[in-house]
Design a protein around this ligand. Structure first.
Ligand code: DC
Length: 234
């Protein structure tokens, strides 16, 4: 038995919509006994609350003010992560089509991004987090010990999101694929913290590969890095 636990590291998983980031990140966190942080859920919560308050993405000051005063909590639970906005459970509402369609526009706003990045950095201070998003390796946690850029073919990504919408998707698979492509374009082309692969990130195409297998590879990478750090510390 090793009585000295391995040092904890931070793991950043970035990539486009539907690449399987959250499923894989959750599994890696489970296997490494780390905390999983879904940063997309935080932007979704801002978008949902803004829509409910009648704030449009063009009203940047109002959206920023809302993001700054909103209390967002991510709680691990048996059926996945629970998202609380000012104490209210919004976990399923943040996955609606309306939120899907508007979240990229809110995520472009500088004040919103500043606030979310500050919250995310705070959550990672103690190390031992697996954080997924678009700008984690490049911007939020540039010093993360392991960075992964996860992607999959556009069709497979659309299919994954389609299944997430449940029995009444309210949209065709083709239309969903077009909307995902559009969202990726907005995320890639925005000025602040766009979706790009960090220079030191490991690229991983998950097309046709089961999530458990992808998570197994990433966990192995993480453990290897933690072991190296541990050996260097001795
Ligand atoms: O991963 P997701 O589909 O739940 O993300 C929702 C939106 O939030 C997506 O359009 C991009 C944006 N986002 C972002 O800009 N930066 C992040 N770190 C995470 C998500």
């Amino acid at each position: 038995m090793n009585s000295h636990p391995l040092p904890r590291i931070n793991i950043a998983i970035d990539g486009p919509a539907g690449a399987g980031k959250s499923t894989v990140a959750r599994m890696v966190a489970r296997d490494m006994h780390y905390i999983y942080i879904d940063t997309g859920a935080m932007y979704r919560t801002v978008a949902l609350k803004a829509l409910e308050a009648g704030i449009s993405p063009e009203e940047e000051d109002r959206a920023t003010a809302l993001a700054e005063r909103l209390d967002i909590r991510l709680l691990p639970g048996p059926e996945g992560q629970k998202v609380l906005a000012d104490g209210e459970d919004v976990s399923s509402r943040i996955r609606s089509l309306e939120v899907n369609r508007s979240v990229s526009a809110f995520a472009k706003i500088e004040g919103v991004r500043k606030r979310m990045a500050a919250l995310q950095r705070k959550m990672a201070l103690e190390k031992g987090v697996v954080m997924d998003g678009r700008d984690i390796g490049t911007h939020v946690l540039p010093d993360a010990e392991l960075k992964v850029f996860l992607t999959a073919s556009p069709r497979e990504r659309a299919l994954r999101r389609y299944r997430e919408l449940g029995d009444n998707p309210g949209i065709s698979l083709d239309q969903l694929e077009r909307e995902i492509a559009e969202r990726d374009r907005t995320d890639r082309e925005r000025e602040i913290a766009p979706l790009v692969q960090a220079d030191d990130a490991r690229f991983f195409d998950s097309t046709g590969r089961p999530a458990e297998e992808v998570a197994g590879v990433i966990t192995e990478w993480g453990m290897a890095i933690a072991r190296t750090i541990s050996a260097e510390e001795k």
